[in-house]
Structures are given as structure tokens and as C-alpha cells.
Write a protein that binds this ligand. Structure first.
Ligand code: PLP
Length: 281
């Protein structure tokens, strides 16, 4: 069993520490307020092939949060120290955390936490997921003009997202698609919604305040290059229901096929294989 690893950025150096060693004080604002940002980076074959896209988004999230960023080289260094000697045959999830530290213009806290991808995540990637649609309670356009709602930032404040997942589990589902007040599709608590309809791949617009998914962006780039048209569509749950296939995309789990939507079985018209091939390239 490959054990978890922790790397902390201290005095300009990436330092690997024992996973149970304390690395932040209890006063860290990331701990008390969720005042920070993060990324989950896939480790596969002992490398992080998609790190650059996560570095870009981490910078963007930090900027939206007005959070000091120690620079891409620091982030690369903590990730590299975590991934060093990671066994090629074990898929890993490397979580990069960047918090406001103690605040008052003090240095941010930067950590990399690396652990094997959970077996349940691998199962969902292979076998698909049952999904429920749940209202998030926000109008689709509110976050575009309300910067304090932090639309588009991958913040550490995921308590609502985790509660939605617990609710899904309580009703026998695996995952969630959030909808706006108007019934427009937003995103999953940890994933981007993509559906296939009319010979195209669709995903909701990011001006709804959802996170710009790195996996969705990669899929759309590659699908477009391979002649599968893609489009940004303000869809509804009905659009998902009538779609040929629906996936929830995220860096660690990849493309999870939606096999049940609000308790109704959903097929994938044999398209999941093509999606996986495009993502694997
Ligand atoms: N939306 C949310 C809210 C997420 O937490 C994630 C996961 O990181 C995604 C979308 C998918 O993003 P990515 O494909 O970059 O992992």
C-alpha cells in the first residue's frame, strides 16, 4: 500500500514531512475560514501530465481571492517533491493547497498532499455514476457581476459541495449536478457537466460562475481536433435527460458516465469510449 505524502513550502524550500506531522498552526485562515484555494492534480505513470493547466487555474483562483501567490516554481517544487519516487503503477491525487496563512500580509501557506486515488473513484470511472440534480439556489447570472461570490475560483470553501455529495449518497446516488434558480445546468460539486446531443459535445457557460474545468477544456480541444464539434450551451436537466450521453468530468476521476439521472437509467450510446480515448491521448 503506497502511503500518503505531505510537502510544505518553508523558507523558499519544498520540504517533505511525515504525513502526521503538524504543518500549519491552528490560526491558519485556510483552516478556520476556508480562506484559500486548491487544485487536485492527477499523478499517473509517476508524472503529472496536466500540471500546467492546474498551475494556470491556481493563479487565477488566487487572483480572484486577492491571495498572495508564491509563484509557479514554488508550486512545481512542492508537487515534484511529493511525486518523486511515486510508484508508476499507482495513480495518485496530488492536492495543492494555498491559504492566506495567518493573514495580515504574512506569507501564504503552500502544501502538497499526495495520496493514492481512492478505490471508489476508480470504480466510478469504470462503472459510471448515479446522479441527482439539486438546486444551488443562485440565479445563473448573479456571479458574473458579484465578485464577492468568487465565481470561477477553486476555493477551499467546499462545505456545501461536500454536503451535496452526502445528500446524494443518502438518496442512493453517487454524485450531483447543481442547477440555477432558473433550472439551468451549472456543475457538479467536484466536476464539470458535459453532454452529447445532436452530434456535438456541450458544456454550460462559465459566466454562470462555475469553475472552468481543465478536463473539459482538454476534451473539447481534442474532440474539436478530431472532428467532433463542441459548444458552450446553457442547458437544463431536460437537456441532460434527452442527451445521448452525459459525463461528469474531473481531473482525478476522468470522464464518469452518468448511468442514472434522478433515478432514471441513462445510456451513453457507446460514446464514453471515444471520450476516454480522447482524454487519454
Ligand atoms: N467544478 C468543480 C466545482 C470542481 O471542484 C472541479 C474539480 O476540480 C471541476 C469542476 C472539474 O475541474 P477539473 O477537470 O479541472 O478537475
Amino acid at each position: 500500500m503506497t502511503s500518503a505524502r505531505v510537502v510544505v513550502w518553508r523558507n523558499g524550500t519544498a520540504t517533505a514531512v511525515a504525513p502526521d506531522e503538524p504543518v500549519v498552526t491552528g490560526f491558519d485562515l485556510g483552516l478556520g475560514r476556508g480562506d484559500g484555494v486548491f487544485e487536485s492534480v492527477l499523478v499517473t505513470g509517476g508524472t503529472t501530465p496536466h500540471l500546467d493547466a492546474h498551475l494556470t487555474r491556481l493563479r487565477r483562483s488566487a487572483s480572484i481571492m486577492e491571495l498572495a501567490h508564491p509563484g509557479d516554481d514554488a508550486v512545481r517544487a512542492v508537487v515534484a517533491a511529493g511525486v518523486a519516487d511515486w510508484p508508476a503503477e499507482v495513480e495518485g491525487a496530488c492536492r495543492v493547497l494555498l491559504t492566506r496563512g495567518l493573514g495580515d500580509d504574512g506569507p501564504p501557506t503552500l502544501l502538497a498532499l499526495l495520496a493514492p486515488v481512492p478505490a471508489e473513484t476508480l470504480r466510478q470511472r469504470e462503472q459510471g455514476i448515479a446522479v441527482v440534480s439539486l438546486p444551488l439556489g443562485v440565479p445563473a447570472d448573479v456571479r458574473a457581476t458579484a465578485p464577492w461570490l468568487l465565481g470561477g475560483a477553486k476555493t477551499l470553501s467546499y462545505a456545501v459541495n461536500m454536503a451535496a455529495l452526502r445528500h446524494a449518497h443518502a438518496v442512493g446516488a453517487d454524485d450531483v449536478v447543481f442547477t440555477s434558480v432558473e433550472g439551468r445546468l451549472l456543475e457538479g460539486p467536484t466536476s464539470t457537466v458535459v453532454w452529447a446531443a445532436g452530434g456535438r459535445l456541450h458544456t454550460p457557460p462559465v459566466d454562470t460562475g462555475i469553475l472552468a474545468g481543465t478536463t473539459q477544456a482538454r476534451l473539447f480541444d481534442r474532440a474539436g481536433a478530431a472532428g467532433w464539434p463542441t459548444t458552450v450551451t446553457p442547458g437544463s436537466v431536460e437537456d441532460m435527460r434527452s442527451a445521448d450521453a452525459v459525463w461528469l468530468l474531473s481531473g482525478i476521476r476522468g470522464a464518469a458516465t452518468v448511468t442514472r439521472l434522478d433515478d432514471v437509467p441513462h445510456g451513453d450510446a457507446g460514446l464514453s469510449r471515444r471520450v476516454r480515448e480522447l482524454l487519454a491521448r
